[in-house]
Every structure is written in C-alpha cells, then in structure tokens.
Design a protein around this ligand. Structure first.
Ligand code: CA
Length: 512
C-alpha cells in the first residue's frame, strides 16, 4: 500500500510536457492493400521479434503492414542467428541488426541501397537525417550507399545526455556525521570511513564501500583524469587511454583503494546481482550506475532506512568535475530491406511511419490509453505500467516498445518512467553539463576493419587481464608497466589506433 502510494505520487509529480504531437492523425499509406512482411530481429542475445508485440499490432492498424518474425529464440546468440539467417536461400523482407553488419552485408548484396527509396517515400526519415546528420553518416557505408535506418536513444539535438551517475549512502553519511564528498580525496576519505567506522551499526567492519555491477572500474578512472579505452582527445583525434601516464597513475591509486578494502573484493566476480545483493544486505556504500534503476532501491529497503542518493561526480585530481560516461545518441542498431523483398516501396513507407511523430510516440510510450494518457499535452504512464514488476522499460519491451530498431526513443518517456530521485540525479548531471561528448559511431573501410578484427580483441583481453593483476595486487604497476606498453605495441595497437583515426577523419568530413 505504502509503496504504491509513493510510486503514484512520483508519477503525478513527473507529469511531463511534450510539444503537440499530432496525436490521432492517422498515417495513411494511400489505401494500399494490407501487406505481410517477414522480419529478422534477434538482438542482444535475448530480444527476439514476437508476432504478438502489441505496438506492432498497433502499427499494423495504422499502416496496413503486418510483420512476422523469422528469428527463433532457440538460438541464443544473436550473431549466430544473424549468420544462420544470411545463409538461407531466401532472406526475410526486413533485416534488423547492428548497423555495422547491415552495411557490411549491404555492400555484399544481401540488402538493397535505400537512398532513392528514402527520397521518394520517406519524408520523416529525410527530416530525421537533417536533424541528426550523425545518423545519416552512420547509415552510409564506405561504398556511399545507405543500407539501413538507424535508431536513437533520444531525440536529436539535446546535447550530451546522462546515462549513469554516482550514488552514495546518505544514511551512512548521516550516521558518521560526514558531508557529501566533492573531490576525489574527499570521496576516498568517505569510503575509508565507511570501511572503518561501522555505518551500518552491526558492530562489524563488514561494509563494502564501493561496488559495481558490471565489474569494470571505468567509472573510477575518470576521477584520476584517466581513460582505459578509445576516447576523443583534446587535439581532435582519437587516443587509447590504457597506455597513458594518467591511466598508470589511476591503476596505482585504485590498487591501493582495493588493498584497503574500499573497492569490493569481489568486484570482478560478483556480477550483475551485486547491487541488489549489497544494498539488500545493508553492506554496500557507493556505486556508479544507471539513474533510473539505482534510484528505485530505497522504496524496496525501507526496513533499515536505506537512503541511496545520486551525487555530483567528485572533482578529479585535476579539479575537474565531469562525467565521462554518457549516452550515445545512436544505439548502433537499425533495419534495412533485403534483396528478396518484393515490396521495397511499401517497406520504406512502413519504416517512415516509425520515424513520424505518431510512430515515435508508439515506440517510446507504447499505446495511448492502454500504457499512457495525454491530457492537455501532458504525457504520463498509467499506474499499471509505472508499478510493473521489473520496471517500466521491461514492461514496454514486452510489448515491443523501446526495442532497438529504426525509431527514435523520446527521452521524456524514459523520464516519465523514473521516480523523483532518479529524475533529480539525471537532471543534476544534465543541467550542470557534466557529461562529456561521447565517441561517435564510426564507419570503417574494409582495410581498417581487417586491422581491427585482427588485433583489437586480443589487445582488449590483454589489457583487462593486466588491469586485474594490478588491481588485485598480483603484480606491481611500476615494475611491469614498460613491458606492458611494449607488449601492446607488439600487438599492433598503433595500427588499430590509426584505423580509428582515419575513420574519424572521414566521419568529420562526412558530417560537414
Ligand atoms: Ca558494520
């Protein structure tokens, strides 16, 4: 009872204003006959097109086009499902997958070029490409043709949007009489106090000050001005952080944090459930994670007064307050038209529907009346959606909404599904401009791609293994650093960096 009241209150506070959305204007397809099209959609190793997805039924009402999935869930690997599909004699009408694979297979003839169809049948896609030139560049293969319609995680033009942020136990700060840390040194001192001063009050030093679901320390490297992978450097190019002095220093510092018990001893092995485990057991002190889901724990663990709140990124060792991890506008997936499609014009009109205002709302919010309501231009999810087991995004995905294909996901819909605390965190990072520009989605030539395919996985595996040895204290950073860098050079790291840079130069030319 109490919980649902709180969530409802959050929903009412979260009424959002959207521009007039042309609701109720039915998209027409010129009175054409109804059409059945087959679609291959199998992504992220778990998300497979379901003929019963409600929003696609709704789209069928509006467009006269019914989609039927061909991918089967019995193949768990999306990559395997994709290659199995390509080996079939006849391809499905529509193929959805990663943009890189669609372009690659487009150039080999499995998909058809789309630019003329877009010109003649897709005013909404043209508008989308004008507003989001990054999308057009991403969709264009190195042979100059467009082979897929990309989708986005937010509408274009909103700047650098947050995804994750720092969270800290306000109840533990209060218990120890501490202030919210504002610098990396203060953060270290708070984590140290969490470790040593028994903020959960059970008489044992059992607190785990910093934990992280995904078992990566990227979120902490930024506090030392360091990166551990590819990033946009200040000179307008791309660098690889894991061979730089800043990274060396960060690893040394974090190995010290680890040895002092400030970082979860099981950071590399505890896995996706670590947040749930360590918050429910009143052991976890701080993390860096998605606003929406992380802000939902206080309602679940009222019993011991859990108060896990978002905080600004602590200033890094150079005094800079920033958040390196943000949201790419493009999610990297989309859909295209196969060589065996007998109705490419109708298919393009169908694709165009999804980029209309009406299609965008359907993709982002689900079905009007059933999933959300609109009053005076204000959009809000109905209580059944807001209170859904597993959260709003999971509920929507079960209907086919917010699935990654060629559609725009409105950020307002994500905010409408957040509680007040999550919104507070999201807006703190957005309004203060903490989030740094993200790496764009690059298109590689065959030659560049070959270099990357030949070396990058080995390089990343080696870096990850060495990082763990350092953090866990198995090897000394200073003693092994030169050999580490030399090994990476022998693994052709410079060639891979050069491939990224030539692709990035081309990307900037295409954008301008
Ligand atoms: Ca304790």
């Amino acid at each position: 009872m109490k919980k649902s009241t709180r969530v409802l209150a959050a929903a009412l506070c979260g009424i959002l204003l959207l521009p007039a959305a042309g609701c109720g204007e039915k998209e027409t397809t010129g009175g054409d006959e109804n059409l059945d099209l087959s679609v291959h959609l199998h992504i992220y190793d778990y998300c497979v097109f379901d003929d019963d997805w409600a929003i696609f039924k709704e789209a069928e009402e509006k467009t006269g086009v019914a989609l039927h999935g061909t991918a089967v869930e019995t193949i768990s690997s999306s990559a395997q499902a994709f290659s199995t599909m390509l080996a079939d004699r006849t391809l499905p009408d529509i193929i959805a997958y990663t943009g890189d694979e669609l372009k690659e297979n487009g150039m080999q003839g499995a998909l058809i070029p789309l630019e003329d169809l877009i010109e003649e049948h897709a005013p909404n896609i043209q508008k989308f490409f004008e507003e989001c030139p990054e999308a057009k560049v991403a969709a264009t293969a190195t042979d100059g043709h467009i082979y897929y319609i990309p989708g986005t995680l937010a509408q274009p033009g909103l700047g650098n949007l947050p995804s994750m942020g720092f969270f800290i136990r306000q109840d533990w700060l209060d218990a120890l009489g501490l202030e919210t840390p504002t610098t990396v040194d203060e953060y270290y001192n708070v984590l140290k106090a969490f470790r040593e001063q028994d903020p959960n009050g059970n008489g044992q030093q059992d607190e785990i000050p910093y934990f992280k679901r995904s078992g990566v320390l990227d979120d902490l490297y930024q506090l030392f001005g360091a990166k551990n992978s590819f990033y946009l450097n200040a000179d307008g190019g791309i660098s690889y952080g894991a061979t730089e002095e800043a990274y060396k220093n960060a690893v040394k510092e974090l190995a010290k944090w680890y040895s002092e018990g400030l970082i979860d001893k099981e950071i590399y092995t505890r896995g996706e459930q670590s947040r749930e485990q360590l918050l429910s057991s009143n052991l976890g002190g701080s993390t860096h994670d998605w606003f929406s889901s992380t802000a939902s724990y206080n309602d679940k663990y009222l019993g011991f007064g859990l108060n896990f709140v978002p905080m600004a990124p602590p200033a890094d060792i150079n005094g800079v307050v920033k958040e390196d991890i943000g949201r790419s506008i493009l999610h990297g997936l989309g859909w295209g038209i196969s060589k065996d499609n007998k109705n490419p014009e109708r298919t393009m009109e169908y694709f165009d529907f999804w980029l209309s205002e009406e299609g965008t709302l359907l993709h982002s919010f689900g079905i009007e009346g059933k999933d959300y309501t609109v009053e005076n231009g204000e959009y809000q999810f109905v209580p059944e959606v807001l209170n859904a087991e597993g959260g709003v995004p999971a509920y929507l995905r079960n209907e086919g909404a917010v699935v990654e294909f060629g559609a725009i996901n409105r950020i307002e819909a994500e905010l409408a599904g957040m509680n007040d605390l999550a919104k507070e965190g999201f807006n703190m990072y957005l309004d203060n401009g903490y989030v740094q520009p993200q790496m764009p989605s690059l298109g590689f030539t065959e030659e560049e791609q070959n270099v990357i395919n030949a070396h990058l996985t080995d390089i990343q595996t080696f870096c990850k293994e060495q990082e763990q040895k350092w953090i866990l204290g198995a090897e000394d950073v200073d003693a092994t650093w030169d050999n580490y860098v030399a090994t990476l050079q022998s693994m052709n790291l410079d060639q891979v960096i050069a491939a990224y840079n030539s692709a990035y130069v081309r990307y900037q030319q295409e954008l301008n």
